[in-house]
Design a protein around this ligand. Sequence first.
Ligand code: NAD
Length: 439
Amino acid sequence: MSLSKVLLEAGLTTLSLQRSGEELLCTLSRDWDPDQDFSAYGRRWSSDQLVCREPRALGDSEARELLRSRGELSALEGLERGMRQGRHESFVMRRHAKLGVEVCHFIHSSALGRQNGFHALRAGGMRRHAETAPEAEVLADGLNLSRAMSFKCAAAGMPFGGSKSTLVAPHFGPDSLEHVGFIAYSIDAGQLMTGPDVGLAPELLDAFAQHSPHVLCGSSSPLGQAGGPTATGVLAALGRAAEHRFGIKSLAGRRVAIQGLGSVGLQLAVELARQGAHVIAADVDAARVALCRESVPALEAVQADSIVGCECDVFAPCALGGVLSAESIGRLRTSMVYGAANNQLAAATSEGELELAELLAARGILFQPDWTYTMGGILTGYEVYRKRDLSSFAAVRTEIERAAGDGTRDLLNEAAATGETPTRVALRWYSPLVYGSPE
Ligand code: NAD
C-alpha cells in the first residue's frame, strides 16, 4: 500500500498537507471526475475551469481516519515528520487513476515569492522517478530538494520561494495529450515555474510547455536546456574557490574528479580540460564516458565506486545527491568539493548539514552548499519566464557570474574572516530570507 494507492482505491484524486501555525492539516479530495479529459488543458481551458460533478472533500480528522483504516497513517506521519524537520509549508499529491500518473508538489517556502507579481510564487524542477521507486524514497527526496530550492532562489536573488515536483508514471510519449495535459494542469495548479531535473526527458518537457507557460528550459526553449548555464555557474564558483585556496583562478594542472558525466558533468569535463586540468571521471553509463572521451581524449576513466576516494584537487559530484556522508567524507582525498549535484550533503536538516560541513572543514576540505552556486539553470528559466523570445544568454551569464562567482568570493571571504564554515555563513545569510526569521 501507499498514500497514492489509498487515493486510487477510495476514488479520490488529491492529498494535501497544509501548514497552519504549528499544525499540519491533511485533506483528501476528489477534484475531477474519473472521465475528465485533460488533453485540451492549457489550449481550450485553464486550471480554474476544472469542474467535478461529484466532488468530495475529507477534512483533517476524516482524512486521517481513512488513512488509518487502510494502514497508511504511518506513511502520512513519516511525511509530516519530514516536513516539520525541513520547516516545509505544504505538500500536494495529485493522482490520475486512469493514466496511473502521480504528480507531487513539495512546497518548502513561498516567502520570497508572495509579492513577485507572477502567477508562479515558487520555482523548482520536476524529477521523474521510476515506477518501482518506493514512495517513502520519492517523498524524502522531494522534501530535501525543495528545501534546497528555497535557498537556491534566495542565493540567486530571485523573487521566488522554493519547491520541487516529482513525477511517477508509466511510459508515455510527448504525443500522449492526456498525460501531457494532466501534468501541465498539475504544474499550473501548483503556482510554480518548473524545468528539468534528473529523469525527465527534454522532449516531455517541451510537450508540457505547449500546455503550460510555467514550464521552462526544454530543448525548444529560447535559451535551450539548463545544463550549460548550470555548468557555467559551477565553473564560476570553482574559479573563485581555486583563487581562494590556491591563489589562482585557473585549474590548469589540477586533478579534477567528476562523478557523473550527464548534461552538466560532461560540459564541466570539457571546459576543465580546455583550461588544462587533468580530468578523472566515472559514470555508471559507459556510453557517457565514451561520449566525453570524444571531446576529452586524455580523460582518465575510473570505476563508479572508486571516484569518491580518488586522489585529486577537486572532487565534483555531478550525479545524485547525498554523496557526502560522515563515512564518505572520511574517504575523500581532495582539497575541495565543487559540483552540480543538488543536496551533496547527506542530511535532511540545516543542523545535519552544519555537522557534515564541520567534518569537511576538520579534514581541511573547502566546501560550500551547492545551492550557493548551482543556480545557472534556474536563472535561465527566470530569464525565459520574463522575456520569452527576447531572452538573452548574455544577460543570464552576467547574473550567473554575479550570483555564483561573486557570491562564492563573498561567502569564502566572510567564512575566513569569522572562522565559520561557508555552510554556516550561507545558512546565516539566507535563512532570514527563506523563513522570514533566522533559522
Ligand atoms: P543527468 O541525469 O544528465 O546526469 C547524471 C549522470 O550521472 C548520468 O550520466 C548518470 O549515468 C550518472 N550517474 C548516476 N549515478 C551515478 C553514480 N553513482 N556514479 C557515477 N555516475 C552516476 O543530470 P544533470 O542534469 O547533469 O544533473 C546532475 C546533477 O546536478 C543532479 O544532481 C541534478 O539535480 C543537479 N543539477 C542539475 C542542474 C541542471 O541544470 N541540469 C541544475 C542544478 C543541479
